[in-house]
Design a protein around this ligand. Structure first.
Ligand SMILES: [Ca+2]
Ligand SMILES: [Ca+2]
Length: 343
């Protein structure tokens, strides 16, 4: 019996030594994005990424990680998804209990601006860091202001953030971080710094400022607290309308809704169609005929859309769902030619 116990103890010790040494990785402080790379170790990273030295370091890290996580190898070579970093964690260590990690290393620094954000007369050091990504994309980031920092997430974030003054004279300036989105779905996040903490004020559609390749965004800030932008419409087609937000005293962005939004799309009528007189008077209005050139003028961005014909007469039609025209029970593209459908 004693002999069996000793054998078991020896075996256990050997196992602990073997697995203990296998589990030790030089990348003990790996970030989720680093783990992500292990899933696609055999693919060729994009060469245009600016941090070539970091890339080499990460290649080494990848090899170590891949050795330790064979089950995470992605056979089809498809880009790893955002969920994979969690899957690659040690199953005995739930990722929720992992300490929060920041990306604020010199290699990850992508932009730095000096500006007095909290109005104390001293310049604040504002920095944005992105973990290395083999696809050259910018998603998760660390925003650091002096010694305060927070991790945030965007989709194709533009590292060259801006300092803006949403309300002139209130003693504060804000940081605006814009992103391109998966398909030109621009967004801008605004951050407030009170000298101690970074707070995400809110995120709106639209891009602020100039991108490095000459693109200028639609977001406008005039110092009154009002932010103007272009927001994607919810019905009919792909279109954008003028939208406004106000920075409230509690540091939130309040959307200012409108009764009607300008759509202003020129289309050609495909089907004979009698419109309603108005949103409230549903009696028969003007009739459209195939070939008529008309303008889809205004909409509540929910149910009703107005049409202006070449004589300047106005009629209305009701929409169900995204773009089914209720009176005809047809999708809008079978009634009007010239609508835009982007992804
Ligand atoms: Ca300051
Ligand atoms: Ca201000």
């Amino acid at each position: 019996m004693k002999r069996t116990k000793s054998v078991v103890l020896i075996c256990l010790t050997i196992l602990i030594l073997i697995f203990g040494s296998c589990g030790k990785s030089p990348n003990s402080s790996k970030t989720p994005m680093d783990t992500n790379l292990s899933a696609d170790n055999n693919s060729t990273p994009f060469d245009e990424h600016p941090a070539d030295t970091q890339k080499d370091k990460d290649k080494d890290i990848d090899n170590n990680l891949t050795d330790n996580h064979h089950e995470e190898e992605n056979d089809n070579g498809a880009p790893p998804t955002q969920d994979e970093p969690h899957k690659a964690q040690d199953p005995d260590t739930p990722f929720e209990t992992e300490p929060e990690e920041y990306y604020d290393t010199d290699d990850n620094l992508r932009h730095l601006v000096l500006a007095d954000l909290d109005g104390d007369g001293k310049e604040d050091i504002i920095q944005i860091f992105f973990p290395y990504d083999p696809y050259g994309s910018f998603y998760e980031y660390t925003l650091k202001i002096n010694e305060s920092k927070g991790n945030f997430f965007g989709d194709q974030v533009e590292p060259q953030f801006n300092v803006v003054d949403i309300v002139k004279g209130d003693g504060f300036k804000e940081v605006a971080v814009s992103e391109y989105g998966p398909s030109d779905d621009y967004m801008t996040a605004f951050y407030h710094y009170d000298g101690k903490n970074i707070k995400l004020i809110g995120e709106i559609q639209g891009f602020y400022g100039d991108s490095p390749w000459g693109f200028t965004g639609n977001v406008q800030i005039d110092g009154t607290g009002l932010i103007r932008t272009r927001t994607r419409g919810q019905i009919m087609q792909t279109w954008f309308y003028d939208d406004e937000y106000m920075l409230e005293k509690d540091l939130t962005l309040k959307n200012i809704p409108k009764d009607l939004y300008l759509m202003d799309t020129e289309v050609t009528v495909l089907t004979k169609f009698t419109l309603r007189k108005s949103r409230t008077d549903h009696s028969a209005g003007i009739t459209l005929n195939p070939g008529d050139k008309v303008v889809l003028k205004e909409t509540d961005n929910n149910r009703w859309c107005s049409v202006v014909n070449s004589q300047g007469e106005v009629g209305w039609f009701e929409i169900q769902g995204f773009n089914r025209i209720k009176d005809l029970n047809l999708p809008a593209e079978e009634v009007f030619d010239g609508l835009c459908f982007a992804d």
